[in-house]
Design a protein. Sequence first.
Length: 52
Amino acid sequence: VDEKYSSTGKYADKLLVLQMLNELKKIALKIKGIKTITVKYGQKRVIHLKKV
């Protein structure tokens, strides 16, 4: 994601990363067998999304 769309960037109000994560969750709900999604965010962060 371009830095302009990061949480501190010029277009932070667009919440692009959050929108992308929500879309990933929607897609995962449609695919049988997926229980979690792991996303590397930055150099030190890992986000684990559980399928609800």
